[in-house]
Design a protein around this ligand. Structure first.
Ligand code: HEM
Length: 64
């Protein structure tokens, strides 16, 4: 939630994208995986539906 482990802390993600329209873009990244924004370690693809990915990202972005 508030500490970087393999990926960034959710609160750091929320702070980075505050006020930006990034839900669809980040939902794609949660589903397909990807890297290069927070460091060398990429995020693996996660097996969630588009609706689930969007809800997860909305939840992450609410953690300011
Ligand atoms: C095994 C599970 C997971 C691992 C190991 C993981 C790891 C990572 C890593 C290493 C990054 C940084 C990627 C970069 O530098 O661009 C990242 C970013 C992120 N992760 Fe995950 N992640 C996992 C699951 C999830 C799940 C389930 C969610 C949804 C709640 C999620 C949401 C995000 C978001 C929103 C970012 C920011 C992407 C960006 O700024 O472009 N991750 N994750």
């Amino acid at each position: 939630m508030d500490k970087k482990i393999l990926g960034p802390a959710y609160k750091d993600v929320a702070a980075k994208y505050a006020g930006q329209d990034v839900v669809d873009q980040l939902a794609q990244k949660v589903m397909k995986g990807g890297g290069g924004v927070w460091g060398q370690m990429p995020m693996p693809a996660n097996s969630v539906t588009p609706e689930e990915a969007k809800r997860l990202v909305q939840w992450v972005l609410s953690k300011k």
